[in-house]
Design a protein around this ligand. Structure first.
Ligand code: ZN
Ligand code: ZN
Length: 189
């Protein structure tokens, strides 16, 4: 009797394992087109990776902040602040990204945008002006530079803007929002 039960259990276990493998196989088959779609999306929109990096940066600041003078509450306040900016930018960009995804010729545009150098302003630049033209503020939001501002410098015309201020425009127009010099004149690096 005991042997029969054991045999039945083993049989059931084997059947169960077989079912699981079959289900996983079927799922993988279903997921393959999704994976391809995601790969296409990432190819068309390399900015996705940058967005993710930014989020990791914000999260790291909150969790692994090396500044001992900042208490939990301070860090949490900064985190909420930065997260708010981040989400705002994300919503603004979401429509552009979706548009981009459905445009067949968009890969070139996205790549062009990602080739524009992006950096953080130094204290000296914030004080005495950024880029070869030494401009002291962002021409789009009119805010004066602050140390650590995230900016892009357009090599063709040397104009500097906050990344979050100029990217939406650059997605669509492929030229400087101020002097209209085409981005296409920027050589691929
Ligand atoms: Zn700005
Ligand atoms: Zn310009």
């Amino acid at each position: 009797m005991l042997e029969t039960v054991a045999a039945a259990c083993i049989l059931l276990a084997v059947l169960w394992a077989g079912c699981c493998v079959e289900v996983v196989r079927k799922l993988a088959k279903q997921l393959a087109p999704l994976r391809a779609l995601y790969a296409t999306f990432c190819r068309r929109c390399p900015y996705t990776a940058e967005t993710l990096e930014r989020f990791v940066e914000i999260w790291d600041m909150f969790v692994r902040c090396s500044d001992a003078s900042l208490g939990f509450e301070d860090r949490f306040a900064i985190f909420c602040d930065q997260l708010g900016d981040f989400l705002e930018g994300l919503v603004q960009r979401a429509v552009d990204v979706l548009e981009l995804f459905f445009q067949l010729d968009a890969a070139e545009q996205a790549a062009a945008l990602c080739r524009i150098p992006r950096r953080r302003l130094s204290a000296a630049e914030a004080r005495s002006g950024a880029g070869p033209l030494a401009v002291t503020s962002c021409a789009i939001c009119l805010c004066d530079w602050r140390k650590g501002d995230d900016v892009r410098e357009l090599k063709a015309c040397s104009h500097v803007f906050h990344t979050k201020c100029c990217d939406n425009w650059l997605w669509r127009h492929q030229k400087c929002p101020m002097c209209r010099t085409p981005l296409a004149t920027v050589p691929a690096s």
